[in-house]
Design a binder for this molecule. Structure first.
Ligand code: SF4
Length: 436
């Protein structure tokens, strides 16, 4: 039996090779696949699919932005009489849509049921839908890291690791707690250490949604990582700054940068999102603590909340400069299917597109409340242009090199190269096309 596991790219054409976040889920499924199955893992961000090859079973993991491409891939393989099973976050929230293009859909985490799926396929009794319970990470296998991975690609040089799943929060624009559960599950720390030792790298990307979600586990984890001499970047909430011991252990474990969803500098939006820190002052104090600990603070902002007016763009720039932020990510609010935001905007008849290719954080797919779609798109692109202008980048170089390891400096420069460089024209075009 021949199995191909695919993570599709978001467009029909390959985008220029820039920084790529390594995918882990398919490598974990590969580890759970019986050894008699000839298994290939293909990340379409880095490799093209050879449609002339024959496979018995195709597993396609889709996110909203990659769904259309995933459906096209499925159609091509189904013409060759392969069987197609969909999984991933988009298939999990839109199973009735995904099944139109495939033979089966796994709703939720496939790991706990993957060997049954393979058996069902072998016995010609594949079900239309599988709905496994959240996977018990105590029994998690280590990912088969070395299949289908090109370590010459930036980003893939630095393997991804994960330690937790699930999130106790229920942010309106996010479906993580619905799909992965609101209870945090942890990978046993000895398994994390073993995975790192197997991965043949000294720099890692921690792929958890919130690496410090459970401070007690995080402290133990960081203590276990410290002797390994690794460096890593990951995601956390800003509340990590509240616990000095946690923050110091995080830095000592090799953390050089944290991606943190600040989301907005508007106090109205902060309280509507039920953020723990509800004032700019609280955020600024936390940022200083993180920076003083020697960790690069990389905030992420979202524009288009109901309380946002056109003033939000200048307010955000002022906040960034005042707090000496070196790198940041900017997004247009995107109502992903399956989220409460999607249902609300649909009910309010404010969605203007359900073309999933446009659900990419840089296109306006809904009618904002306190500005026009054009104002949202223009404000977003002008802010990015200003923050990532050559002059501004040069101004920030000194500070960035002061606090970060060269490897991570390279990582963050690649990120904003991607953000500010080649993609800008394309994204501008997409966004401007979307506003009426
Ligand atoms: S945005 Fe982050 S904190 Fe909010 S629900 Fe999603 S994962 Fe949790």
């Amino acid at each position: 039996m021949k199995l191909l596991l695919i993570s599709p790219r978001s467009s029909e054409k390959k985008s220029p090779v820039g920084f790529k976040i390594p995918q882990l889920a398919l490598h974990i499924l590969a580890a759970l696949t019986p050894p008699d199955v000839d298994t290939t893992v293909l990340d379409e961000q880095i490799s093209d699919i050879d449609f002339s090859k024959d496979y018995d079973l195709i597993g396609i993991s889709i996110m909203t932005a990659t769904a259309k491409r995933g459906y096209n891939i499925a159609q091509k393989f189904k013409e060759k009489e392969s069987t197609v099973i969909f999984g991933g976050i988009h298939a999990s929230v839109m199973p009735e849509e995904a099944i139109k293009y495939g033979d089966s859909v796994c709703i939720g985490e496939a790991e706990g049921i993957w060997s049954d799926i393979i058996d069902d396929f072998k016995n010609n009794s594949l079900k239309k839908f599988y709905k496994p319970v959240p996977f018990n990470l105590l029994n998690a296998p280590l990912p088969r890291r070395h299949i289908g991975v090109d370590r010459s690609i930036l980003g893939y040089k630095w393997p991804g690791i994960y330690t937790t799943r699930g999130c106790p929060y229920r942010c309106e624009f996010c479906s993580v707690s619905d799909v992965y559960g609101s209870k945090i599950r942890h990978l046993p720390i000895p398994l994390v250490v073993k995975d790192i030792e197997n991965a043949d790298s000294k720099i890692f990307l921690m792929l958890d949604d919130n690496v410090a979600a459970n401070p007690r586990y995080a402290k133990n984890l960081f203590q276990a990582l410290a002797p390994l001499g690794i460096e890593w970047g990951g995601q956390s909430t800003i509340t990590i700054a509240k616990d000095k011991e946690l923050l110091n252990l995080c830095q000592q474990s090799g953390c050089r940068g944290l991606f943190i969803g600040v989301e907005s500098v508007s106090t109205a939006s902060m309280s509507r999102m039920q953020k723990t820190f509800k004032s700019i002052r609280e955020n600024e104090d936390a940022i200083k603590k993180i920076q003083d600990a020697g960790i690069l603070f990389h905030p992420s902002f979202v524009f288009g909340f109901d309380d946002d007016t056109t003033a939000i763009f200048d307010d955000t720039l002022e906040f960034l400069y005042k707090n000496k932020i070196t790198t940041a990510t900017f997004n247009i609010l995107t109502p992903y299917p399956g989220t409460k935001l999607y249902h609300r905007l649909k009910q309010e008849e404010r969605l203007i597109s359900e073309d999933w290719n446009r659900y990419n954080h840089s296109s306006v797919v809904f009618r904002p409340r306190n500005m026009t779609g054009t104002e949202l798109a223009e404000g977003y692109f002008n802010l990015k242009k200003e923050f990532y202008s050559l002059t501004n980048i040069c101004r920030r170089v000194t500070r960035l090199t002061e606090i970060s390891h060269p490897g991570l400096v390279q990582f963050f420069y690649s990120t904003f190269n991607n953000i500010a460089g080649k993609q800008t024209m394309l994204e501008s075009y997409n966004a401007m096309n979307m506003v009426s």
